[in-house]
Ligand binder design. Sequence first.
Ligand code: PGA
Length: 256
Amino acid sequence: MRKPVIAGNWKMYKTLRESVDFARELAPLLAPFSSVERIVCPTYIALAAVADALKGMEIKVGAQNVHWEAQGAFTSQIAPTMLQGLAEYVLIGHSESRAYLAETDELISKKVKAALAYGLKPIVAVGESLGQYEAGQTSQVVGGQVRAALNGVDAANMANIILAYEPIWAIGTGKNASGQLANNIIGGTIRATLVDLYGRSIADSVGIQYGGSVKPENMAEYMSQPDIDGALVGGASLKADTFTELVRIAAQEKGK
Ligand code: PGA
């Protein structure tokens, strides 16, 4: 049984104060849903304070990105060693980092290996653009991104990785992919790629989220799909009521 995972990606929202207040507000609301892995990913500047506010709670903290070197002359960057003890998870390969920070598949693969080497659990995002989707290239693009990101990752480390399928055309647009489409890509393309790389039993053990305009109104549609193990959420993770509702629906649908 794969544990459902809901991660809130706060992106470049919320100041330090707002992040801490929000984490304190969320903690008791999310506490009852222990069948779900609950993760929040604040900005770097709020990471330590949020980690502190959530200490001893079951809500986990993730960073939104990481560098591939342990330290060095990389102005503005954050090393995996610096996240140790603060974050358990780290987002890698988010489409906004791929698009606006020019992160390539090769770079993403380096970051995944570095995160694992320092005991962080990567949440690796993959997804096709609108043009690729309309040209029928989704499987080819997504399968290629998964292979590239996992290049050099051995089977033993797959227990520490979560994948997230986020069609770029569905992120922040309000245009979500249907549950069935997302399930086909996750169960078909992504899990099939994992079978090819690591064999059936490991492929079946890896958690794979859907992301892109997930909200309370469409959450049950995703969570009722057998291959979708949770959600990576932007907009709807920024408010306590909507994020709590997403976690509640995940617990309910996956508990059936
Ligand atoms: P969204 O963002 O839920 O606001 O579409 C998802 C994401 O970027 O991870």
